[in-house]
Design a binder for this molecule. Sequence first.
Ligand code: 13P
Ligand code: SF4
Length: 301
Amino acid sequence: MDWISEIDKLRKEKNAIILAHNYQIAEIQDLGDFSGDSLELARKATETDADMIVMCGVDFMAETAKILNPGKKVIIPSLNAKCPMSAMLTRQELLEAKAQHPEADVVLYVNSGADCKALATSCCTSANADKIVNAMESDVVIFGPDRNLAEYVMKRTDKKIIPVPEKGYCYTHAQIRLEGVKDKMEKHPNADLVVHPECFPEVQEIADAIASTSGMLRYCKESSAKEFIIGTECGMLHRLEKENPGKKFYPAFDDAICLQMKEITLEKLYNSLKNEQHEVKVPEDISERAIKAINRMLEIS
Ligand code: 13P
Ligand code: SF4
């Protein structure tokens, strides 16, 4: 089966748009109508006139696209493509934090469930977290679920940040350890170190740049450096290499793989388009409240 041309036929027949996150396998990034970071994917979902959105990413990205397009069919090719960090924050824990800090605004990373987003003042992504927090009215901000992103924000705001849960993290970025990164720097002394804010603070501290996945693309394109050590999920290297011929990219950790992102294969994408599954549904009452937090983010950033 020539998956790529079959997928192409189906997407035209069904007037579907394929959105692919920067961590998807290379073939899916290449055939997507658009690939980008979480913020760009959310924005793209507000701009499309396609009848169907196929999200090649993880659960919270598909949910966000559905919340922004309640009238459209949104599908995700694998039900196992669920972000473990997003699942680390429960609605109950968030309600408790809100009860303890009634004066606080709540800023939630888009990597969170729709039921939690429904309780937030605003969402944020790694591309705009400090900007969003600084735009809040209250001087106290409940922030979750990523503790490392919370620490990144703490260094860029005078507001008091309350992380919920206390230690939410991304297991993919948690594998990128200081010692390993230092080894890579010794091996490639002329390379710039570019890391994602989901990395540990000690890794962020020695980096030349800290950026979201699309921020990394911009940084590496504009930099005069010719070599880069990249501290994020390894799928990112595909676009970096493709868009920067002549520059060299090395992963900060060779096996920094998000298994949930890699759940989506060409075969699953083909089947999902053919059978129009798995359809993403968000209860109306949750969706109506969560959209306010997502739109607030899109307005501020
Ligand atoms: P960005 O693409 O927004 O940088 O997000 C990284 C990520 O881990 C998404 O799951
Ligand atoms: Fe979640 Fe981390 Fe995978 Fe992103 S890379 S989807 S944050 S587990």
